[in-house]
Design a binder for this molecule. Structure first.
Ligand code: ATP
Ligand code: MG
Length: 260
């Protein structure tokens, strides 16, 4: 059977924690969309992206329903991991297989029947665009740091799984070059939803879903209105990254002039 091409994912409203109905009509996600999900701790951000991951059908705590191309998705898309068009990467994503990075990627490339000998090297190179601590093929998956693991799994989702929809649950960490990840996902025309507390990441998205009390409270579409503050936050973020690297390298920051 020909794989189904996904043109849209639609989220239909469910219920807040107090049982009241969510106040949005529907949220439609297209290829290339960058959507951030923000809100206080416990407000339902993870539950929102999990609903998408499992193609909720009024069968999760939130009561939301997810449609693919405007319809309830076919069973095989929901059940067959090889046909799943969604990659979910969380902070706790761990690889339990005690393989080298090279062997892990080769296994995945083979399982996906990709006739391309360079794909594993390309995937490692892509992951290394995201992380400061370089990954090498002979490293063991279990020895990678959190930032390295998340970078590799994002690169794997882009270059090997070719998942058109990527869900990221607070994957930012000091070791990941956030802007490179977003730029790469954009370049590959992925639909990306990411939960974040990071102002730079939040401002790099086109739409911000604001969660409260288990429900979508509002959907912000800043357009160009946050452009100036984005430039400033990007500058500050770069400054903080440089300071972080220096601290890691054991340097004293006595020569630094704050940019505020
Ligand atoms: N609409 C809802 N109705 C009932 N329970 C909900 C709803 N949304 C979320 N929950 C539950 O509330 C709890 C907290 O939600 P969740 O983990 O999604 O919060 P979060 O915003 O991701 O928090 P954190 O910032 O700490 O990661 C979970 O147990 C989740 O199942
Ligand atoms: Mg969460």
């Amino acid at each position: 059977m020909k794989p189904l091409t996904i043109t849209t994912i639609t989220v239909l409203p469910g219920k807040a924690r107090d049982g009241s109905r969510e106040a949005f009509g529907e949220i439609t996600i297209h290829a290339g969309d960058m959507i951030s999900i923000v809100g206080p701790t416990g407000s339902g951000k993870t539950a929102f992206i999990n609903d998408i991951e499992v193609f909720a059908c009024n069968d999760t705590v939130t009561g939301r329903t997810i449609l693919v191309n405007g319809e309830v998705p076919p069973d095989e898309m929901v059940r067959d991991p090889a046909k799943k068009p969604i990659a979910l990467i969380t902070q706790n994503t761990k690889c339990l297989a005690d393989l080298t990075v090279q062997a892990f990627l080769e296994m995945h490339v083979k399982a996906r029947r990709i006739p391309d000998e360079n794909r594993t090297a390309e995937t490692i190179a892509l992951a290394n665009e995201f992380t400061g601590e370089k990954i090498r093929g002979e490293m063991r998956m279990t020895s990678l740091s959190g930032g390295q693991t998340r970078s590799l799994l994002i690169a794997d989702a882009v270059a090997v799984s070719s998942a058109p929809i990527i869900l990221l649950d607070e994957v930012e960490s000091g070791g990941i070059f956030k802007e490179n990840v977003i730029a790469s996902l954009k370049k590959n025309n992925k639909a990306v939803l990411f939960v974040t507390h990071d102002p730079l990441l939040a401002l790099l998205s086109d739409r911000r879903i604001v969660m409260r009390n288990g429900a979508v409270e509002s959907i912000l579409e800043p357009g160009g209105r946050e452009k100036r503050i984005l430039a400033r936050i990007s500058e500050l973020d770069g400054f903080l990254s440089r300071m972080r690297e220096k601290i890691r390298a054991g340097e004293l920051l006595d020569g630094e002039v704050p940019i505020l």
